[in-house]
Ligand binder design. Structure first.
Ligand SMILES: Nc1nc2c(c(=O)[nH]1)N[C@H]1C(S)=C(S)[C@@H](COP(=O)(O)O)O[C@H]1N2
Ligand SMILES: [Mo]
Length: 405
């Protein structure tokens, strides 16, 4: 028998099923947007690290619409945050089962318990790594990208097993009470769900201190509050400072370069030399000073920087088209381009696909919002390409190699 420690009269198959159906709708979106974000990184080149057989099939991330990564990444991080109260509520609602110490009865029962352990463990792992990554600068002893990705596959396997094992019970649970009636039931008329074999309903329920609609409002309100404290990270202008939960998406500076900085030049240890030149490698290797780049035909485009941590911003960038640089390097139809930064470190290199180089808005930007890039935003020159993950928008570019194949 379940222990008698857990006596809330609200627990029961209906309440658990309500939280479950929200997660059943939300989790697949979270997983798919997460996998898309991974695909968007493009060919692995140091980052994200190699994951062997779990590597996703190669796929050319489109450059249109330009807000595509902003959307998938924003949904992934936003939904991940908003679902936290629902996950916690779901865990609370099934706590008697989690503490069920009875011996395993059958192989099926053993499987169910193992999948539950993996489900809860991987969900908490994904929440903790995801939240830490958007709060702090890479605090892990392992690669966030690899850890979060492998954790996601454990979660997917356990989630599929759990849904297969409990879908019937969820449907029965949802049908056992009317949502509309629960929403009309105040505390005074709140009664325990009828005892059943689920192990969720307390054998000896305590008097209610909250109605079921109150519990739903608490969880929904928690999610709404988290949403309100996060949404600012994707808004430009003063509203951004409301992103109290996502400090990395906030802006400290004013002026044309006043938008979030992922990592400052000081933090990256970058001090561009006064005689900086850009090296182009290809059929006809070339070098360009900044003045020579500025004398080439310039193109302006409004494009987002969308960071894997969830924040994003749209700014007006001006610079030389990457496809013009490819032609100057003697590779007018490159299969890919390899970008290197003045900086050493995980973001210092990146590969661009043919589509990203050839997109008319794919830029080596020299200016933003009509003025030269600030040092923190990548002076002397940086990559900005539509729908390219922020992490690939390499700052302080030193060289670009255009490859035929
Ligand atoms: N060389 C270099 N380029 C970089 C980074 C970096 O740390 N070093 N950070 C990347 C990340 S993760 C993001 S989101 C964008 C942010 O650009 P911003 O700092 O100009 O807003 O720059 C990208 N380019
Ligand atoms: Mo980023």
């Amino acid at each position: 028998m379940p222990t008698v420690r857990f006596r809330s009269p609200l627990r029961g198959p209906w309440l658990t099923s309500v939280f479950a159906v929200v997660l059943l709708a939300g989790m697949p979106v979270l997983v798919v947007t997460g996998l898309l974000d991974r695909v968007a990184y493009g060919p692995a080149q140091g980052l994200p690290g190699d994951v062997g057989l779990l590597q996703l099939p190669p796929f050319d991330w489109p450059t249109s619409p330009s807000w595509l990564f902003r959307l998938t990444q924003g949904v992934h991080v936003g939904l991940g945050i908003v679902l936290v109260p629902v996950v916690l509520a779901k865990l609370w609602s099934v706590i008697p089962k989690l503490f069920d110490r009875r011996p395993v009865r059958s192989p099926a029962h053993a499987l169910e318990r193992a999948s539950l352990l993996l489900l809860v463990g991987s969900a908490l792992f994904e929440i903790v790594t995801g939240l830490l990554n958007i709060q702090y600068d890479y605090v892990f002893g392992f690669s966030f990208y690899t850890g979060h990705y492998l954790g996601a596959w454990v979660f997917v396997a356990a989630f599929v097993a759990h849904v297969a094992l409990t879908l019937g019970a969820m449907v029965r649970g949802l049908r056992s009470r009317s949502l509309r009636r629960e929403l009309a039931t105040p505390l005074a008329r709140t009664e325990p769900e009828p005892p059943d074999g689920s192990g969720l309903v307390a054998l000896d329920p305590a008097p209610p201190t909250m109605s079921r609609r109150g519990a739903l409002a608490l969880v929904g309100g928690g999610s709404a509050l988290l949403a309100a404290l996060s949404i600012g990270q994707v808004l430009d202008g003063p509203a951004r400072s409301s992103a109290l939960l996502l400090p990395r998406g906030r802006t400290t500076e004013d002026g044309p370069n006043g938008f979030p900085v992922n990592r400052t030049a000081a933090a990256a240890g970058v001090v561009p030399a006064a005689d900086w030149t850009l090296a182009l490698a290809g059929a006809t290797p070339r070098t360009f000073s900044r003045a020579e780049l500025a004398a080439l035909p310039q193109h302006t485009a409004r494009l987002p920087i969308a960071c894997v941590e969830g924040w994003s911003t749209v700014q007006t960038w001006t610079g030389v088209r990457l496809r013009d640089l490819a032609a100057l390097a003697g590779v007018p139809q490159p299969a890919s381009a390899f970008v290197a930064s003045l900086e050493e470190g995980p973001f210092a290199r990146g590969t661009l696909t043919a589509g990203q180089v050839l997109d008319p808005d794919g830029l080596l930007a020299l200016q933003v919002n009509g003025v030269d890039l600030s040092l923190d935003h990548g002076f002397p020159a940086r990559i900005v390409v539509p729908a390219l993950p922020g992490v690939r928008c390499t700052k302080w570019v030193r060289s670009i190699e255009f490859r035929e194949a």
